[in-house]
Structure formats: structure tokens, C-alpha cells
Design a protein around this ligand. Sequence first.
Ligand code: F6P
Length: 545
Amino acid sequence: MNTKQSEVWKKLEKHAHESKTVHLREAFKQDDKRFDKYSINFNNMLFDYSKQRITEETMSLLLELAETSDIEKWQDKLFQGEPINHTENRSVLHTALRDFSESKLIIEGNDIKADIEIVLKKMEAFIERIHSGKWKGFTGKSINTIVNIGIGGSDLGPKMLYNALKPYHEPGLKVHFISNLDGADLAECIAKIDPETTLFTIASKTFTTLETLQNAHTARDWFLRHSHDEAAIAKHFVAISTNTKSVAEFGIDTDNMFEFWDWVGGRFSLWSAIGLPLALGIGMEHFNSLREGAFSADIHFKAQPFEKNIPVLMALLGIWNRNFLNAETLAILPYDHALSQFPDFLQQLEMESNGKSIDREGESINYDTNPVVWGATGNNGQHAFFQLLHQSNTLIPIDFIGSVNSAYSLKGHQQRLFSNMTAQAEALMHGKTEDEALEELSSEQKHLSPYKVFKGNVPSSTLLFKNITPHSLGMLVAFYEQKVFVQGAIWNLNSFDQWGVELGKKLANEVLDDIVSNDKKNMHDSSTEGLMSYFKSNFMDDIAL
Ligand code: F6P
């Protein structure tokens, strides 16, 4: 059934049309219990969605939409490992990677929780050898530098969390993350590191990704130029992959491979061995605490009724803003420096999952799906793009993410940071009327009043943590994963494939063939031809690192 044709969708469209004139400023004035009604405390987090453009009727219709979209049925399929990634015939079981319950999970006759445990134990033992200095490099020195080479899901999650969890970093060990095919990324890193004390983790689910393999080969060549010994590779390169054959072909001893499985989607994989560079960086105990945080979010997601279920509400509010208030983008604004890379991580999680226009039955979708997700740390954003949020004609819903306490606790900073976040959310919601603007202006300045008007009515949610810890970040990431899942179910999409990234990859290989050989095989449009010819005539030889 086409979601847009459903009765409840039509009711929501009508309701959105009728409630256009309702301003959040008035909604707060009329109901002094609005915050109590539309906020939830969970563990060490407060979720406030009272500044969304909703009424009781909106919520009741959105909850009806969740019911009629069979979210519970989809949840069961997800957690039980049915192959809900139907275009690749795969289960979607990242939740099993953080399932601390005693129960087994049998998939195709195999208890996958036992497999997960084996890899976790292998990670733990490896991390212990690195941290204790027992793992030696080719000159007998211990490892003090990790370089993770991976891209997309094999980079963004671990990198974002390593950056967010600086207070938890293992002393004496630095982790670098290299993803970009642009040689600058690897060259800049290599200039700072010592081959004798560096270990590379080559992270790729498929072990076929062009960027990762190119960077990995360049890193290996650089390493061999220093070690002059192929056998030394075993001491300095480990792989994280589902593809044993390609790992062996690359020259990494498969004893030094940390396995995961095709039922873990790349953008959901940070809980698997893909989290190894993070676990090396923060220690296995903190990595487990991150997994526990996610597990607590999974329990909440499974057990709570929809009206008290944080990720279900996040999903429904996102659908309200996207499909009924027609907001084309979603801003993610962390007021916590630790979370500066969180918007980048969410871009892949949300847009690669739900940026689609074909439904589960292979039919074209005639409604909007994922908004463009973007963002930056909120306080810096205030002095860059907030003008547009406040006074343009473009509606941009916002997720504010903040923390009450900071690991750095510099005097005066945290209260001011919180005040800024909350004041921005208030100002965006409330706005400023012409009368209010006029009141503030002297008689000579009255002509400035149109410039001083803020329409307000900008919807936002706030996720406020007591502290940024591995546990709270585990919850945060899991809530967004579940939000993506619920939205995919409502939009009737497969959130777990990514066919849209294939065409560019294929054409990149064709362009490469044509620019490296003199015998051009492929036809291109005149623009591509023009760019290729400009590149070829200006390209100077490249050099080894
Ligand atoms: O190109 C997109 C993608 O396939 C992502 O889904 C994935 O996270 C990334 O590439 C990296 O893939 P891999 O881990 O197989 O190298």
C-alpha cells in the first residue's frame, strides 16, 4: 500500500494545512504544561521536543501513522534477523553486536552471538598486547601509533567517537584516521609517524573499496621502503573485513584479520570489529560501555510504547517536518565540541539509508524521503549560518545536542555554552514581532523595525546529556540508528542497501582507464571529455611517498 494513499497520511496533510497559522509562541502561552507533555527523561538524557510544531492532534495522528506502518512488526523482523535488506538478501543485525542479554540468536543454524563473542575476545587480547607493549614492531619497539585506513562506515563512526571521547584516550597511543583518496590525507599523516612504532588497521567490509585499497597499498609501499622486509608486514598491518580472500591477497596474514559479517551494514558497523581503532584508542572497557549504552537504547526502543519511545518520536517528528511542513533539510547542531564530527557521521547514517525514491516493492515513491542532513558545532554556527536560520524564508528544523557538564570544566564556559544553545532554541521558536521590535527602538531608529523582526516558529528538539561518556554516546548513536529504521519503515524503503553509490564508482574506473592509457575505450559527454583532456594535458608525474 502506498503510504501517501493511506487514510492517516491524508489526515496529516489536512491537519498540516489547517495548523499552518499556529505559532509555537502561542502554543507555549496557551499551555504551561507543554514541556511536561513533550519531553522524556531517559538514563542521563533529557529529550525535549516541545519546541516542535505539534499539537495533541498532530501527535495522535503521527502515532496512528506509526501504528498503521507496522513498526512493531518491522522491529520484530529486525531483532530476529529476518533478511529485511531484501535487495541484498541480508539480515540487519548490528543490534546483536551490542546485545548483552544471555539469549542466543540463531541465524541459519548458527548462534551469531557466539561468533560475536569470539571476535570481541580476539579484539580484547590484541588491544591488551598493544597497550601493554607486548606487541613489537619490526625493530622490537612497541606500538604507539595506529593509522586506520577506511572510508564511509569503516571510518566515520570510529573517527567521530574517538574524537568525541578524548578524555578517555589511552595514554601514549595516538590513533589517526585516513579516508580520503586525495594523497594529502595520507601524506600529511605519514610525515608525522614512525614506521617502527606504527600499526595500520585496514578497515573495509568488502575489501574492494578503491579509496581504501589505494591508501592501504601506498601505506604498505611506504612501510616496506623503511622495513625492507615483507615478513614485517604481519607486525604492522591488520585487517578488519568480511572478505578473507581479498585480505590474504593484499598480503595480510588472516590470523591478523578481525572478522565481521555481511549482516552488519557499513554505516551501522562501528559496534563490530570496525570499532577496533576506537577500542584501541579508548580501551576495551570504554568500548564495552559504549555498546552497553546502545543496548540500553535498544531495550528502550523495543519496550516503550510509541508515545514514550524516543527514537520513534524522533522519526515521527522528522516525518512531520519533512512530509507535512515540507522542510528540505535537517540541521544537527551539537553544543559540545566533542560532537563536532557527529553531523558528518549522521549524514551517512541518514542519507545513505533513506535517501531513496524506490519503495520495497520496486515502485517509484511519490513523496519526499530523507531530508538533507547537515550541521556543525552550534556555537561556531551562530557566527556563520544562524542568520539564515533566524530570518530567511527557508524552514530548517534543528536537533540541538548538548551536555550539562564538560570533561574540561573551564570556569564560566559550560554555563555560557548551555545558555547560548537554549537561548538560540528559544529565539528560533519565539521570534520577535514587529511590536516587540518597535518597542526596543528609539524614535530615530523606528525605520529599522522590519530588519529586527524574527518570524520564529522554527521547530527544534534538544537532546541534553548530563555528561558525554562512552555510555551516553552509545545511546545517542543507537537512537539515531533506530530513528532511521522507523523512518525507513514508514517511507516503505529498504534502509539497508545503497545502490545509489554504484554508478559513480563504475564511471570513476572508466575515467581512470581513459586517462592512464592512450587507447581510450569509453565514450563520455563533452563536459567529461573536456575535463579529462584538461587533466591529461596538465598532469605531471606523481611520486612515491
Ligand atoms: O560507497 C559507500 C559504501 O559502500 C558505504 O556504504 C560503506 O560504508 C563504504 O562504502 C565503505 O565500504 P567498505 O567498508 O566495504 O570499504
